[in-house]
Design a protein around this ligand. Structure first.
Ligand code: SF4
Ligand code: SF4
Length: 86
C-alpha cells in the first residue's frame, strides 16, 4: 500500500463534504454501504464512513477529492523537503 503522507492527522476526513464521481460512488458502495446526498455528495461531518481507527480504510481507492486536497501542512512539508535537497 502507498504511504499515507498524512500520518496520524485525519482532519479533512472529518469536516465538510466529499464530491464523488459516479464511478467512485459505485466502487465505495460495494465496499461499504453509506448515504450520500444528491450528486454523490458525502458529508464528512460525522466522520467519513471509511475512516476506521483513525486511518483511511480505502486509501488505495480514495476519491480524487481526497487526493487533491491542498493541505497547507503537506505543502509546507514538501517545501522543506525540497529545500533540504538543495
Ligand atoms: S491532507 Fe492535511 S489536513 Fe488532511 S488529513 Fe492530511 S495532513 Fe491532515
Ligand atoms: S475516503 Fe479516506 S481519505 Fe477520503 S475522507 Fe474518507 S477516510 Fe479520509
Amino acid at each position: 500500500m502507498k504511504e499515507n503522507k498524512c500520518g496520524s492527522c485525519n482532519y479533512c476526513c472529518k469536516v465538510g463534504y466529499l464530491l464523488l464521481s459516479e464511478k467512485e460512488y459505485k466502487k465505495l458502495k460495494k465496499i461499504k454501504k453509506f448515504k450520500a446526498k444528491k450528486g454523490y455528495m458525502l458529508s464528512l461531518n460525522k466522520g467519513c464512513p471509511f475512516l476506521i481507527k483513525n486511518e483511511c480504510s480505502v486509501y488505495k481507492f480514495r476519491p480524487q477529492d481526497c487526493k487533491e486536497f491542498a493541505c497547507r501542512k503537506l505543502i509546507s512539508q514538501k517545501i522543506k523537503q525540497n529545500k533540504d535537497k538543495k
